[in-house]
Every structure is written in C-alpha cells, then in structure tokens.
Write a protein that binds this ligand. Structure first.
Ligand SMILES: Nc1nc2c(ncn2[C@@H]2O[C@H](COP(=O)(O)OP(=O)(O)OP(=O)(O)O)[C@@H](O)[C@H]2O)c(=O)[nH]1
Ligand SMILES: [Mg+2]
Length: 389
C-alpha cells in the first residue's frame, strides 16, 4: 500500500535527498517526520527514517572525533576480504563461539547474556577466499524501533553483503527465529530475493522520466509511476524496472528503504540434543532459506562447511590472472557471478579497461585452452585470464 503522504512531506523528502551536509540532512529528516501523519500505513516508513537519523548521528559523531584526532574506532568494522557477512541473533546463541571456531578473532565467550557489546570482525579462510564475518551485538525484540541499540545493529546488517541468522536449538528456536525475521521485516531487510525491484537514478538536467524495462509493472501503469515520482518532485530520472514490480516498490526506492541480503540460518548447540519435531517445524519456517545445524563445541571442519555454504550463497566466483608466459596468480580476484572479462579489467585498473584489446582464457568457461575472447565474455569460477591491452 502506497503511503499517501501530504504534499509538504513529499517535498520535504526531496529536500532531504538533495542535502549533502549530514547535520542539515538530520534536521530536514526531523522536519519530514513531523509532517508525516502517524498511522499503521506509515509506521514502517517512520521507523526507516529514524534508523537513517541514528546512522547520521553516528556519522556526525565520528567526524567530530576524527577532527579532534581521538582515534576511537568506528562502530562499523571496515569491510575487507571478498564479502562481509553479519552474524545476527538473540543473546547467548553462540555467535562469539562461532566466530572463535571459524575465524582468527577471539571475542569473549560467556554463559551469561549480553557479553558482546560492539561488532567484532573476524576473517574466515575458505580455500583461497577470505570472507569477513562480523558478530553483531545481540538482537532484541523491538530492535527495529531502536530497542537495545537496534538501529545500529540493523544498520550493520543492512551494510553487510550477506547475513547469518543464528538461533539456539535449546532455547525455543522457533520463537527466536520469528523474532529475528519480524525485526528484519520491519527494518525492510529482505532475506528472500524480492519479486520485483525498482532502481531510480535521478538526473540533474532534463525533464523526463525514462524507463529501462528488465521486467514489468503489476497493479499500476508507467503513468502512475510518473505521477508518484512527480508528487515527490522527481521530474528527471532513469527508472530501471526488474522482475515484477509494484507502485510500492517504486515508493520504497524513493526512500532507499528495502534491501535484499542473501541469508543463511544457523541452528546451534546441536550437541545438547535435537528434537526432530522442532527441527522439522524449523525447516518449514525457514524455507526457502537454508538451515545449517551446528555445534561450536564439536570441531569437525566447521569453517570448511560454513565457508563453502557462504561462498555459494553470496554467488561468488574466483578468477586467476596471469601475465603472458607466466603462471596464474596464486590469489584470485573474487567477483560476483555474472561478471565479464570487461568487469575484471575495470576492477584491476581503469587503464587496463580503457586500453583493452583482447584476452586469453583458460579454465571452465574456455572452449579450448587459451581461447581468444572479448570483454563481454562471462566468467566462471576457476577461470584463468590473460589480458592484452
Ligand atoms: N553446548 C553448547 N554450548 C555452546 C555452543 N555454542 C556456544 N555455547 C555456549 O553458550 C554460551 C554463550 O556463548 P557465546 O558464544 O558467548 O554466545 P553469544 O551469542 O556471543 O552471546 P552474547 O554475545 O552474550 O549475546 C557460552 O556458555 C558458550 O560456551 C554449542 O554449540 N554447544
Ligand atoms: Mg557474543
């Protein structure tokens, strides 16, 4: 359902989206909130804006500290490795124990709740790929409304490339899972790929709305979309429509509200016994997400197993580059499935992309070893590429 905001509120949002300075944005967002009528239809939007405001306050605080020169680290760990995966869950489920078991990090593990207070990063080595895991502080009911530092924790989840939702098999796992998924839903973090997606690229000049159709609209026409955008003061933009999208998806895109994050569910403490009925119910509830049953107390190749699941979930592939006459580099470039030779060249260096002539290709996607290919060739996991520029 589209929120149907008063015109002043919509115009205020346009001011927000044009402001660059964080303090000004914060002020405008507060004004926007005061213009939004409070009812069920606008609750999620208000929560989203409050979360954005909390993130801005963090950012302002961080800038102040940087200016003063006190080097207190940011709340959000800097991304490194091929992807950042955030471990989210209620307290005491074993997030720190998992991080200790599969990465180099050594967060405190304790039998009492609320041990972890700030995000803790660690690096998981899977074959020749590094995946960064970040333990989030515990998630509580009401996090999406700011309880228990919830705004920051959910921002952390939003900023990651993927999620692990962790629950404790010995402590009402069904209820725990329901709580996490409710909070994520309220925070508009999707764990299942949405049916449709709308991407709005605003332009400074011109006065038309241009569509790029990679899918179709449902329940509305292109004219309705143009009307809605106009009511927000958006007159010049490129609108990319993917899958089957609704007018709701368009309004979501205006606020940058919904994000999709690939997600794995981990049910921990299996060593204490698993009730088959609960497990069956849990699998049904979690579906179509994958459920991994673990114990951090029993070693048994946990990092290998988790690494391979995450690698697949995140849709990553490894590409090895080589110089003419040389050996392939031992460390791969890790890219998203679907990437082309041209994307790889751009990742390595913009000059390499500009001066690209051709590439030679070995490995799974080569028709024969050393095949000569152009920039549009789509790569596969394990390919070896030699770029000639
Ligand atoms: N039996 C068993 N106990 C576990 C397992 N994983 C963790 N624990 C125990 O559960 C308790 C909590 O573990 P932590 O790793 O600190 O849990 P956490 O989710 O990080 O907890 P907070 O940071 O406090 O929210 C500790 O006493 C751990 O020893 C497991 O797989 N099996
Ligand atoms: Mg912990």
């Amino acid at each position: 359902m589209v929120t149907n905001l008063p015109a002043e509120a919509k115009h205020k949002w346009m001011e927000v989206s044009q402001a660059r300075d964080p303090e000004l944005r914060l002020k405008l967002m507060a004004e926007f909130l005061s213009l939004v009528p409070k009812h069920k239809g606008t609750a999620k939007l208000c929560a989203h804006v409050r979360r954005l405001m909390s993130q801005l306050r963090d950012e302002i605080e961080r800038r102040k500290r940087a200016r003063r020169g006190s080097g207190a680290p940011s709340y959000y760990p800097e991304k490194s490795g091929a992807a950042q995966v955030v471990i989210l869950g209620p307290t005491n489920v074993g997030r720190s124990s998992l991080l200790r078991a599969v990465t180099n990090a050594e967060p405190e593990v304790a039998p009492y709740p609320f041990t972890t207070r700030r995000p803790v990063p660690g690096m998981l080595q899977y074959e020749d790929v590094q995946i960064q895991l970040v333990e989030a502080p515990p998630l509580v009911e009401g996090a999406s409304e700011g309880r228990g530092d919830g705004y920051r924790i959910l921002s952390l989840a939003r900023n990651g490339d993927g999620l692990i939702l962790m629950i404790d098999l010995t402590d009402d796992p069904i209820e725990q899972y329901r709580m996490i998924s409710t909070e994520l839903e309220k925070a508009r973090i999707l764990t299942v790929k949405p049916r449709g997606e709308v991407i709005i690229e605003r332009r400074r000049y011109g006065s038309d709305i241009q569509f790029i159709w990679e899918g179709s609209l449902e329940g509305c026409t292109a004219g309705d979309v143009v009307e809605l955008l106009k009511s927000y003061g958006i007159r010049s933009a490129v609108i990319r429509v993917r899958g089957v999208a609704t007018l709701d998806d368009v309004e979501d895109a205006i606020y940058g509200a919904s994000v999709y994050r690939p997600t794995l569910v981990i049910a921990n403490k299996a060593d204490l016994g698993v009730d088959p009925k609960t497990l069956r119910e849990l699998r049904r509830l979690v579906s179509p997400l994958e459920l991994m049953v673990t114990s951090t107390q029993r070693g048994g190749g946990l990092s290998e197993k988790l690494g391979s699941k995450l690698f697949r979930l995140l849709n990553l592939i490894r590409i090895y580059t080589k110089e003419p006459g040389g050996k392939p580099s031992p460390r791969p470039f890790v890219v998203k499935r679907g990437a082309t030779i041209g994307d790889l060249a751009r990742m390595i260096h913009s000059d390499l992309h500009r001066g690209f002539r051709y590439a030679r290709l070995w490995g799974p996607s080569a028709r024969f070893p050393g095949e000569r290919v152009g920039p549009d060739r789509v790569l596969e996991d394990g390919d070896i590429v030699e770029i000639h520029a």
